[in-house]
Write a protein that binds this ligand. Structure first.
Ligand code: 6PG
Length: 240
């Protein structure tokens, strides 16, 4: 794994840098592997990045969109990560509908939907049980408690090592999430983190020793590149 940390002057510089790096990774993946498989982060930080991506000229028919996690709500719900990404980006570009692979959330059973999505991903990547596919790029945010995707501190999801997709738990609310081993199989993980409130968790995550169960983002060590793109407010203590 190659770990790279960049601290940008403010939120807009952070979004600009995450845009240039995302476009670079998409372009490289398409050149090297004929397509790009990209998992999106939810939450609020990446929304301006998605709005900027909507203005790019990219080989949309060669890009496949997944989500690293999803709230267990309908795709029309205001909290849906799928809804946010479609409104900010995917509805505005010529990406084929079959290239968009949302996490299902309507079986009324999160564990069943997790299994359904796992089967879909295995079929798409042609991987059998026990194998983990390598996505080209996984975008991640980080909560002020050190969670990422829907891998929350002290939850069962952190222990799952034999599946691609599992059920996360945020204060009793179910979510679907990529597992740690699936994220760690990717060619590139890019954290995009902004805000003073993230600084204490970042200090724990970057420390040489700390509790991975308390700070799940510590467990993200992809076999490829690990990028931490931070604004000054979040990353001031980490500037080299
Ligand atoms: C979600 C995200 C979650 C998010 C962090 C940071 O579904 O909310 O996947 O992991 O990335 O909570 O959220 P902000 O970017 O809004 O601070």
């Amino acid at each position: 794994m190659k770990k790279l940390i960049e601290v940008l002057s403010d939120k807009s510089a952070l979004i600009e840098r995450s845009l240039s790096l995302t476009v670079e990774k998409i372009t490289n993946a398409v050149e090297q592997r004929g397509k790009c498989t990209l998992a999106l982060a939810g939450g609020s930080t990446p929304k301006p990045l998605y709005e900027s991506l909507a203005k790019q000229s990219l080989p949309w028919d060669k890009i496949h969109i997944f989500w690293g996690d999803e709230r267990y709500v309908s795709p029309e719900h205001q909290d849906s990560n799928q809804r946010m990404a479609r409104q900010a980006w995917l509805n505005h570009v010529a990406i084929p509908a079959e290239n968009i692979h949302p996490m299902p959330t309507e079986a009324g059973d999160p564990a069943l939907d997790a299994q359904t999505h796992e089967a879909h991903i295995r079929e798409f990547f042609q991987v059998s049980p026990g194998e983990f596919p390598s996505l080209d790029l996984v975008l991640l945010g980080m909560g002020d408690d050190g969670h990422t995707a829907s891998l929350f501190p002290h939850t069962e999801a952190l222990k799952v090592s034999d599946r691609l997709i599992t059920v996360g738990n945020k204060d009793g609310q179910p979510r679907l999430t990529f597992t740690i081993p699936l994220i760690n199989q990717s060619h590139c993980v890019m954290f995009i983190v902004a805000g003073e409130n993230k600084r204490p968790a970042l200090a724990q995550i970057m420390a040489s020793e700390a509790d991975e169960i308390a700070y799940p983002s510590r467990s993200i060590n992809p076999q490829g590149e690990l990028w931490w793109l931070l604004d000054e407010a979040a990353g001031a203590d980490l500037k080299s």
